[in-house]
Design a protein around this ligand. Sequence first.
Ligand SMILES: Cc1cc2nc3c(=O)[nH]c(=O)nc-3n(C[C@H](O)[C@H](O)[C@H](O)COP(=O)(O)O)c2cc1C
Length: 199
Amino acid sequence: MTCSGTRPSGRETPAGEGQRHVSIAAGTATHTAMVEADGSAAFDDLVSLLDYPMFIVTTASDGHPAGCLVGFTSQTSINPPRFLVGLSRKNHTFGIAQSAEHLAVHVLPRHELPLARLFGGTTGDTSDKFAQCEWHTGPQGMPILDAAPAWFVGRVLRRFDVGDHVGHLVEPVAGAAPDTLGELISFSDVRDVSPGHNA
Ligand SMILES: Cc1cc2nc3c(=O)[nH]c(=O)nc-3n(C[C@H](O)[C@H](O)[C@H](O)COP(=O)(O)O)c2cc1C
């Protein structure tokens, strides 16, 4: 690693198992960086620094709507358009999604934080989230949350194991989006929410 274009000089100091602390002199500043830390711990530290967008993902099967707050997402392709949604196997939403052909992905402005807390902090196993918010049936029979100014419905192309979540690769087939959205809900807004289900 270099800092300010200056090649650092490293000095190792004792650290925990799987860790190595290096004092780095770069320019006028001296930093202590942890390198080659245990991969899992370093990854946990790294992701705790991220502030990624949050979505509410809904679906429905046999007239039963389900949905939860989701952070494990990414656009994966431009042409063709593709989006990946990670659903925890333990979630009520996951069970419904397994017999659904589509998912609806909603983007929420920050003032809709209570809705994010509802969908992230309670489970459809024990409470009816859809009785506590405004929604309508949209394309492909998907539940669309009225509070979401931007959303799309995606057809599930593939489901695959990605760890304790299952990746759902979707192809957008319908949606709505305004020109601008303002401040959106991101992870830092909801990191204090206790998930309705542990992953
Ligand atoms: C900050 C945050 C991020 C979350 N990210 C995901 C996620 O990416 N995928 C997922 O399946 N659940 C995620 N959850 C958990 C679900 O939203 C939560 O367990 C919800 O209560 C499940 O509802 P359900 O059982 O009705 O599906 C997240 C929760 C929080 C608070």
